[in-house]
Write a protein that binds this ligand. Structure first.
Ligand code: ATP
Length: 308
């Protein structure tokens, strides 16, 4: 029996790995209905990540061969730095993440995407996806225990590793408040978690996966202040020391990014640090002023008079 257990166990691992990639990818990349056609080259090599530096080199991309989704996009994510993508709907933010995850391959004439100098078209998709962690907008949980949902990030992870990841993702205290703690069933047939809690489970899972590169798609929905703080802390722990590309909606994320890339109609129209872009007084400065004034216009709660 033990001879059988080994192969079965690795099959389980393969199944879970594939399944996880699909779950993450489906949600982040909304690709269910899309026809993708990316194949490894016969001589594809394994991606070797040394620094995790990402480069888009004059990337031009169209989904349908007619309208342009990205137009002459060039930028670098230096080793360990965080880049926030901002811009109106349809400006090309998700397309950048999809291309880096290689849901589409660029044609030779459409520019290049490099990781540590290696063209991602020349490496195996499996090695590319192992190097990239994805935290989607709306994380999917399995109808299983919370320990399983977190432990998924790393095959054979110990309960101590799961707990350490949950702590770094600001989820431990919430988990131990459940009657069965880490063994509590979550998902449709178990405890229902809020969007912010599901995202923290996804962050814990990705912490265990420990990838050098991260793609983050922030939820647009409004969060209460304490959830917002917890998620920010969890994200800080995750982003620390990794190269990350985030579709950023929250002011706190945008302000703390090393570099902000402002997209408009598939082009980079502004690029720089938060303070550079504010000083420039361009599109970003206007967006920032609009968003901050929106937040300030929300009336503060009025304290109820004391009864006595
Ligand atoms: P949002 O903030 O709304 O998610 P975005 O900035 O992420 O928008 P993209 O999804 O990257 O924008 O879209 C860039 C352009 O490509 C848009 O014009 C969009 O209509 C187009 N596009 C996106 N996905 C597809 C697709 N699967 N097929 C055809 N066109 C697409």
């Amino acid at each position: 029996l033990s001879q059988l257990y080994g192969p079965l166990n690795s099959l389980g691992y393969i199944y879970r790995t594939i399944n996880q990639s699909l779950v993450d990818a489906e949600k982040l990349l909304r690709l269910l209905d899309e026809d993708t056609d990316v194949n490894d080259k016969p001589n594809a090599t394994e991606l070797v990540v040394t620094d995790g530096e990402i480069e888009f080199d004059n990337v031009n991309f169209s989904y349908d061969g007619r309208s342009t989704a990205l137009n002459g996009v060039s930028f670098k994510v230096p080793k360990g730095s965080s880049v926030a993508l901002v811009g109106e709907s349809g400006s090309g933010k998700s397309t950048i993440l999809r291309l880096l995850y290689r849901f589409y391959d660029l044609k030779d004439s459409e520019g290049r995407i490099l990781i540590d100098g290696q063209d991602i078209r020349d490496v195996t998709q499996a090695s590319l996806r192992r190097a990239i962690g994805v935290v989607p907008q709306d994380s999917v949980l399995f109808n299983h225990t919370i320990a399983y949902n977190i432990g998924y990030g790393k095959f054979g992870s110990s309960p101590e590793e799961v707990e350490a990841a949950a702590k770094a993702a600001q989820m431990h205290d919430r988990i131990i408040s459940f009657p069965d703690g880490y063994e509590t069933k979550v998902g449709e047939r178990g405890v229902r978690l809020s969007g912010g809690e599901k995202q923290r489970v996804a962050i814990a899972r990705t912490l265990l996966k420990n990838p050098p590169i991260l793609l983050l798609d922030e939820a647009t929905s409004a969060l209460d202040t304490s959830t917002e703080k917890d998620i920010q802390k969890a994200l800080q722990n995750l982003v620390q020391g990794r190269s990350s590309l985030s579709i950023a909606h929250r002011l706190s994320t945008i302000a703390s990014a090393d570099i902000i890339l402002v997209l408009k109609e598939g082009k980079i129209v502004e690029y720089g640090s938060h303070s550079d872009l504010l000083a420039r007084g361009g599109i970003f400065a206007t967006m920032w002023a609009d968003q901050t004034s929106d937040e300030q216009s929300i009336p503060a709660p009025v304290p109820l008079p004391a009864h006595g």
